[in-house]
Ligand binder design. Sequence first.
Ligand code: FES
Length: 104
Amino acid sequence: AKIIFTDSAGTQREVEAKAGTSIMEAAVQNMVPEIDADCGGACACATCHVYIGQEWLGKLKTMDDMEESMLDFAEGVQDNSRLSCQILMSDELDGITVKTPESQ
Ligand code: FES
């Protein structure tokens, strides 16, 4: 499924991700900037913080407690903020739009 990343400067990058791959993993594998993912996907660092396109928010699984409390450590959190290591791709999310923050 396709993920469309937009970085803080407005540059778009399209990435292909297999079902079951997290948005963070897809970003790292494809050298998408502005996702640090220091903890490697263990939901323990908040440096994989991204903004999800509003129209996609309803299609995502709701945040669990761990993601919610870790997200408190991210900078510039908005109502569409999520941790990208906690979102697994599926066919349903094909074409999802994800904005990356300027700093993590
Ligand atoms: Fe560390 Fe997502 S990679 S919380």
